[in-house]
Ligand binder design. Structure first.
Ligand SMILES: [Zn+2]
Ligand SMILES: [Zn+2]
Length: 392
């Protein structure tokens, strides 16, 4: 249906990012906030496509439907937010109940569309989002249980733990270092993660393979603590701290690769598309003649947080965090999040740390990354210009 004149004005204000103008109009408007234009797009869909967080917030406050499904190609608001490249807009929709497993007419989820256009931040934001209510489910006793599966006091820290975007085992262990309660209760936490892993696989058409695998992955990092406690550590008898023992073990490239292989092998849902993708990725990485020890981790990162062509120049050498800013002051070639990561990595790095100008190689890598981003930008503009957004 053709929008009315008043609706046209509202659409125009969203297009112009005119926040105050829109507010004024909405205060007197008589139309339904979820009216659609000729392409089946609501105001909210237009706002999030433009990546305008504040306008989206106003529309949601006015009751706009975050799961509107009248678009001609079945793009949900989250699909449009994912294309906008704005993580905070994706988060806003998710926090208000946007569904992440909806498919458009080319059978792609919002995260897959974000990955397609190279918006990795959005992929990560969507794939790692867990509503708080999913955790609350475990903090009250169910059925015949007298005790809840998860102590209510752990809710907050557990939620933070599972929403962590950095899935590198060192990143996870460093998170635990500052959140010791999870280490103390790691068996309980592991059991809940295993239940959550199973649940994500059994949601019918809302099955979330990525989250299921992530929960499995986190559970296996905690399993390392159990193993250390019950066996490895007892034998050695030297180290006292389970966590530090695991950090030393997994910072080693061979230890990390071994962890990846075992954890992938243990994933129970071998029929899932994601498992096949990961298993193939692991197999082809190992077969690659240029295979370097420690590189299997990239298969996991790209499965959970979207594909990346090149390792970023600002990636922490210890925990793979994307936004590392501190360089090793001596060799200038390694980058870290901070002193903690540098310290953890030193046992490996000390041999190679020379005050030389090995910086040139890094510069080349940065150049390549720039080129890659330019070509993705081209691709996106072509795609969006046609508005057909066909993906094969
Ligand atoms: Zn780091
Ligand atoms: Zn160095």
């Amino acid at each position: 249906m053709e929008p009315t004149e008043e609706q046209q004005q509202a659409l125009q204000k969203v297009t112009d990012n005119d926040l105050t103008g829109l507010q004024a109009l909405l205060s007197t408007a008589k139309f339904d906030i979820d009216f659609v234009d000729t392409n089946g797009m609501t105001l909210l869909q237009h706002a999030v496509y433009k990546g305008n967080h504040d306008i989206a917030q106003i529309l949601i406050d006015q009751g706009a439907d975050v799961n509107s499904s009248k678009h001609e190609h079945n793009y949900s608001p989250l699909h449009f937010a994912a294309l906008s490249g704005k993580e905070e807009v994706c988060m806003l929709l998710l926090q208000h109940g946007a569904k992440s497993q909806v498919l458009n007419t080319v059978k792609r989820t919002p995260a897959q569309m974000a990955a397609f256009v190279g918006n990795h931040g959005c992929v990560a934001a969507i794939n790692n989002f867990v509503p708080r209510s999913d955790i609350d489910y475990y903090t009250t006793p169910r059925g015949l249980d007298k005790e809840p599966k998860l102590e209510p006091a752990l809710t907050e820290v557990f939620h933070k733990f599972i929403m962590q975007v950095n899935v590198h085992p060192i990143g996870i262990l460093l998170f635990l270092r500052t959140n010791r309660t999870l280490v103390e209760k790691h068996r309980q936490v592991k059991a809940v993660l295993n239940l959550m892993c199973e649940k994500e696989m059994k949601r019918g058409h809302e099955t979330n393979e990525v989250l299921s695998f992530k929960f499995h992955w986190l559970s296996n990092v905690l399993e390392e603590l159990t193993m250390a406690e019950e066996g490895e550590l007892m034998k050695e008898g030297k180290e006292k701290d389970v966590l530090e023992y695991c950090i030393k073990k997994l910072i080693k490239p061979s230890g990390l690769d071994q962890f990846v292989r075992v954890t992938v092998h243990r994933f129970p849902y071998i029929q899932s598309t994601l498992f096949m993708q990961i298993a193939n990725g692991v197999a082809s990485t190992i077969k690659d003649p240029h295979y370097e020890k420690g590189s299997l981790m990239s298969v996991i990162t790209s499965a959970i947080n979207g594909h990346r062509g090149f390792a970023s120049d600002s990636q922490c050498s210890a925990c793979s965090n994307e936004k590392a800013t501190r360089r090793c002051s001596r060799c200038k070639s390694e980058v870290y999040c901070g002193a903690e990561c540098q310290k953890v990595h030193w046992s490996l790095h000390k041999k190679g740390c020379k005050p030389a100008s090995a910086v040139d190689a890094k510069k080349d890598a940065a150049k390549m990354k720039e080129n890659e981003q330019a070509s993705i930008a081209d691709l996106v503009s072509q795609q969006l210009a046609s508005q057909s957004l066909e993906v094969k």
